[in-house]
Write a new protein. Sequence first.
Length: 523
Amino acid sequence: MARTEGLVVAPPSSKLRDSQQRLSSIWQAIKSGRPGIFTSVVIPSLSLDADELTKIAGVPFYEERLLFLLIRLRDPRARVVYVTSQPIHPEIIDYYLHHLVGVSALRARHHATFLCVHDASPRPLTEKILERPRVIERIRQSVADPAAAYLTCYNSTHRERELAEVLGIALNGVDPELLGLGTKSGSRRVFASAGVDRPAGREGVRTAEDVVDGLLELKRERPGLGSAVVKLDESFAGTGNAVFRYPEPWPEDEPGRRSATSAALPRLEWNVPAAAHSFWDKLSASGGVVEELIEAGDLRSPSVQMRIDPGGEVELVSTHDQVLGGASAQTFIGCRFPADAGYRDAIQRAALAVGRELRDRGVISRLGIDFVAWEAPTGGWRTAAIEINLRMGGTTAPFLALQFLTGGDLDRETGRFLSATGREKFYYATDRLASPAYRGLLPEDFVDILETNRLGFRPATETGVLFHMIGALSEHGKVGVTCIGDSRQDADDRYRRTTEVLDRETGEGATEQRQRGGLPQME
């Protein structure tokens, strides 16, 4: 094994190398427009920490978020096999297929295969599939040519690699041996190698003593620092983050500082309070980081989405301003596209540097890079990279929705999205439009509300709304939405009208903004 910047990286297996070579050939053929039947096997498994997933309401329905990958059916040669834990309601499938640009819903339906394992247990979908050889055989039978098929997943682990090998198809995802590059500690090391600014901090902490050492080191480096954040290496959506407030007054002597810091540890402010009971065990098992908490009057949380394709091309996909919430404002709630022009170019340049570093280490994957941005006292914006996510994320589905509806793409030079007709597009999106009054809405009820209120997407203007996770409404009163407009304000207004319509139709009154994927005040 090779050691790179504190990380042990195993070389890819011969099977994985063969898979990557086949994936490269498939990508080249698709891009060149050569005839052929390509099959995308979509396994939207959230192969993440089960304890973390239980903190998210309606998490089984997050498997519906990748239905936007039906965009592949625009290509008449494409086939899609989509596997889920529970059946997807036919009304939901029809809802997506009727939105496909330039393709008849009937033809698209003929080229799509939907399978499910009928298992609602709180485990990764991939694990369930591997337990069912007959389901695996059904997937095989739905693939026209294994040499021209690939497995697309939400995130890639050893389970997804095993499933791809069992099916005999290429894995469209990162080599699981490289996942350490996307942990909180691994991210900081990659940023350092790429020459990208990051907050002051210390990676690889595993014990309370390590945390105290890291906090004292930060305070020595930044004497005026009032707060820091402690993060688990393997957590997502801010569920493994806790804020530390330095005691005041700050002791003069080193023993006093250490004693005061240790005494303050039990007062960590948890972004998700339920995470407190297992935090130290998880820190011991997988490690974490201590970082300065950057605090500013106008602090932003932009992100960049990228793709490193099998041929080694590092490609910008999108930028967003993330909307964060939770007790310490570190939980992803929603996003605006694109990121503010004031720092968009800076985060794109930094992301490309990180992407090239990851490519050189063997990464093939969709990925996201989170930043913070704040106005410097001397004017202009400063940015710092926070985290790498070697997987799809909360911003993946809405951007796929935009492509799905408009047939457009990103202008890589400016970060603007232009539809197929050349119009610039903006959106606001959230997975968390929720209300107790929405519970009990069946998919057919919901579609009826949309049609009655003309709450949909209009191809003529290329504006409107598209929903996802519709299956979560009946049980959880929760749905995702992407509101597309001709300006940032237009997209925000469409989101507000959407909530007004749903509230009126369900008899809901005012609901706290934090429950609703609420919009921040950003001008």
